[in-house]
Structures are given as structure tokens and as C-alpha cells.
Design a protein around this ligand. Sequence first.
Ligand code: DGY
Length: 333
Amino acid sequence: MTTKKKPKVYVTRKLPDAVETRMRELFDAELNIDDRPRTKEELIQAVRSIEVLVPTVTDRIDAEVIDEAGPQMKLIASFSNGTDHIDVEAAARRGITVTNTPNVLTEDTADMTMALILAVPRRLAEGARVLTDSPGEWAGWSPTWMLGRRIHGKRIGIVGMGRIGTAVARRAKAFGLSIHYHNRKRVNPATEDELEATYWDSLDQMLARVDIVSVNCPSTPATYHLISARRLALLQPTSYIVNTARGDVIDEMALIKILREGKIAGAGLDVFENEPAVNPKLVKLANEGKVVILPHMSSATLEGRIDMGDKVIINIRTFIDGHRPPNRVLPFR
Ligand code: DGY
């Protein structure tokens, strides 16, 4: 009996222990125990000799990196749902398959989106700071103090009604929000009925009519600055915007400007245009209670990360066994 040689797999970031242990058993895995983000030079060096690259959202796997790959490298099995950090087109040109980890982050991301939807109008972060930043200075309850805005009975406009958008809609409905959405395609009638959702073919018209906007579409060339300065200007002064998708779907500078001018009521952001850098103007707005900002953590649960690892492993094993991996990502057209 011949034993099959284990594929050389290069993992760019530290993964949960259970995932790393399994990877060590199955693959000739080079792990990143100290979790130092790899430089472009290190990535280029790696792709010259490995068979499988396992990057994540903090790596930039652009054409320059992909073009340096040796002929043995045939798979990029990303530890991520989004694939905007990979030039999938360049990979396809080189005959390299790309996979991702869809489905397993849906509920966690929707939970955190809902948390931001609540946190901004109900001033959760501001309230929490009162007791920790100035202990002993709280004068007690007052009828007119710390007033936020009611969620129940308002309209939410979901931009991108895929898996995560739909999961957000289910939660929002339970909180008494009426569901409005804009999507490339209308969702199936059963889902629309379940959510009592109103479809808006025109994003502009929806934005002008909702109280809370939730951005849940992927970052693609078509969604870059989809929420542009012009569209932000359509929002009502009492409205809020929440983004747990990708920073570049919103024109961040334009968002900062309208927040500063008080032309919308607030924002909840888990993602930023130039991550991990966060615009200091947003930090200032957060300190003033106008926005709640989180460090890209909406999918961050241990269970979710282990599920992602399982998906990466299944994708690699299926591919190495000569089959089409379940989560293949095709170039965006
Ligand atoms: C992903 O995997 O794309 C997510 O952004 C991680 O939160």
C-alpha cells in the first residue's frame, strides 16, 4: 500500500487549536503560531513552494502574489466568507481554484448586526461608559436623561438580502421593525411572506423612506461606495446606518461628513474602509456618542471560527482527492 504524501498547506494566521491540530494531522501544515500577519514578501515566498494557501481577510492575495505561485500551487482555501481580499480573476487565469467558508458565519454576524441596530439608537455604548469612566458620579435615574429612540415600529432597509441580510431581517421582525430590502434579485415569495418584506427595486427610494439602514451585501466592484455621498444625502435626519459587511460599500468620508453635520442620527460600524486603520474622525464621533464602532468582530465566536476551519479542511481534502470542493468561488462577472 502506498501512503499518499500530505499536501503542503500554508496558513497565514493563528487558528483555533482544534482546527490547527486537525490540520497538522491531515496536512504538511505550516501554521502561524504567533499570529503575526505575513508580509507580501513572505506570501510570495510561500506560494512558490506550497500546494495550498489558507489566507484570511487580513491578507491581500492580489495578482502580484498569485503570479508568483509555482505550478504546484492549485488551491487558495480562504478562511473567510468574503473573498474581496483575493484576486479571484487572477487565480482563475492561473488555473488556481479559490474556496471560502460561507453559511457558518450567518447567525453570528446577524446577531452582532442586531446588537448594533439596538446599540446606536438606544445609546448602549454611551450608557455603559457612564459607570466605568466616571465611577460614583452617576446621579441616578432621571425622566429626561439618556433618552434614545424607539426601535419597535420603525422601518429597516436591508441592502443585500443574501443569507446574512435575511437572518438580520428575521431578528429585526422579532423586534417589531417592518422589513424593507433592496437586492439584485427579489428573494423567493415564501421568504418575502414570512418576513412580510417589501422589495425596493430602487435603492434610492428605499433609503429615503427607512429609519435604519443595514448594509449586508458583499464588497465587489459593483458595490464599491454603493452608499455614496449622493445616496447618504437621501437618508432622513432621524435615520441610522449600520454596516457589518465591508467598509468600502459606504463612502466613509461622506458618512463622516453627514454625521458631523447632523444630517443623520448615527451609525454602527463593524468594518472600515482602511482596516485595521480607523479614521480618527470616526473615533471622535464615537466618543461623542454619535457612532458605535467595533473592531471587525461581528463573526467572532469560537464556534464560528471552528466551523470555518472545518469548511477549509473539507475544501482542501475534497480538492486534493480530485473532486470539486463544495465552496468554490468563481470570478465576479
Ligand atoms: C469574513 O469571513 O469575510 C468576515 O468578514 C469575517 O468576519
